[in-house]
Design a protein around this ligand. Sequence first.
Ligand code: UD2
Length: 311
Amino acid sequence: MASYLVTGGCGFIGSHLTAALLAAGHAVRVLDDLSSGHLANLAPGAELIQADCADRAALRDAMAGVDGCFHLAAIASVERGRRDWAGTHRVNLSATVAVLEAAVAEGSARGGPEAVPVVYASSAAVYGEPASLPLTESAATKPLSAYGADKLGCELHARVGGVVHGLPTTGLRFFNVFGPRQDPSSPYSGVISIFCEKLVRGEPVTIFGDGGQTRDFIFVADIVAGLIAALRHASPAGPVFNLCTGRPVSVRDLAEAIAGLCGTRLELRHAPARSGEIRHSLGDPAASRAALGLGVPVALEDGLRQTIDWL
Ligand code: UD2
């Protein structure tokens, strides 16, 4: 049995990770300020420290005695980054630096050279407009949003942590994650959570643009498997991997698939394409599968069914 810190453990992905770690017999401490996460998401048996993830005193307490840290706390919204550039930067990058620093400090406090290994969430947003698809980890990183720039900053600081302090880390570039507990309530929520909620109620869904844009949708259970496997892979070299499926799905096909599973007749509304959004996003999962030993991802239909059943 080991003991882990999960920042953002009351959020969508963090709550699934916390539940999986507890189910495997580990102890889990969650650091979450409940700004977007919910107390109801906290897995029974987890300890909660309710604090801002950039709060260095809270981080020191949270890191005490743990064998590893999963850093998921973030403002995962490109749109929020547009409206509150400096505010999201504090949470998405400064807090990550504080987490990395706390992991190093905890190692020193134990008197050993070993810092606490950190696995952190990066994003496909670090790539920006892809020059070619599928995106491998060696593709150019040219973020088009403050969110993507901050996630790239996390990767840079993690590597600096390795070089300067010997801090072991792994960064994971999440593609479009979906599943139960993803909040469907804002227009900037993930498209799957929005479509599922509307179609379960038999309401029309809105497609931005022609619906031919494609995304690489990965089910949250596959993200959890990747996070857990990545801890064993953490090293001062600061490896970074895509967490994706390599399956492109168009927004139009997605709407049809969800309507089919809901047994609803699909009623589409059309709105102009979102300005500045990329048309196609597709990751290459080969490197993460080989290095982290990940299996075949959950089939889209299975993931969609579980998401619908949760509503
Ligand atoms: C994803 C991430 C975002 C950032 C970005 C980087 C999510 C929720 N968002 O944004 O955080 O990492 O990737 O590239 O994972 N759409 C509709 N109708 C709707 C809602 C969405 O047609 O009601 C379209 C939307 O225009 C887009 C696609 O669905 O083409 C996916 O939208 P999204 O907001 O789920 O994710 P994305 O890729 O824009």
